[in-house]
Design a protein around this ligand. Sequence first.
Ligand code: NDP
Length: 263
Amino acid sequence: MDIFTIFGDPVAHSRSPLMHNHVFNTLTIDACYTRTHLVDGSKLRQTFFDKNLKGANITVPHKEAAFLACDEVRGIAKSIGAVNTIVNEDGKLIGYNTDADGFIAALHSFGEVKTALILGAGGTARALGLVLRQNGINPTILNRSTSRLEYFTKNDFLTYTWENFSCEEYDLIINTTSAGLGDDNLPVPIPILTSLLQTAQCAIDVIYGKETPFLAYVKKANIPYKDGSDMLLEQGVLANYLFLHGAISTDVIHPIMHKSFLF
Ligand code: NDP
């Protein structure tokens, strides 16, 4: 049996095992997808081999460590510097990033968006920043602290911390921070959030499966919003396609994986 896993800290909340196992079971593929709680990202590569894995997804906070753990990185993940999907190709770890395309697919229902503000500057923010730019939107980045902003300033994004933020109008506000994932924190102080929501047309929190404090605020502003479920589904479909080395088309995987969201 082929074994896959998701690495993260925390990882108990992850829906990925449900999604991938439903595809494997429905298509009678001899494979099983587990969860691995990994605290030290530098141990990812060794743990991958110790568990004899065929592939893995990587969630918070190890996507940058996963990038470093790979023998080869393909596609947009090379520019992002963060990997959320690893495939074992004959003992070599090949890294991809399916969050970026998954996010763009999830955005479609909002209609046209011209300007965006990304809250956070981690691996997910990098993926979304680059893919939004590829799709004609040059997002502004707002993060709590400075160190992770270096990547964005080097790549010519407009960046702010909470201290020097000067609020403009943004069509779309995206929360990519982990604030609200396992706590009740907001991704930015209340005065900043209040100003942003006065002019925003829509918002998305990439956290899924719960109403985060961010989404609770957005709801009060009475604008269209969504959590990260659609992005989760879309990135999962692309990851599953890679795990199965392209043998099953995404058109087949998509409706099956979608059904797992009803469980
Ligand atoms: P990273 O660890 O790479 O980055 C975390 C970011 O969150 C940093 O910018 C950090 O700021 C910020 N942050 C953490 N805590 C707080 C806080 N209390 N207040 C404000 N900012 C905070 O995480 P990832 O980019 O890998 O993941 C981020 C989130 O996205 C996770 O919740 C993850 O589950 C979700 N996600 C969902 C996906 C989906 O398919 N729906 C796909 C990918 C990710 P600082 O630099 O100051 O520390």
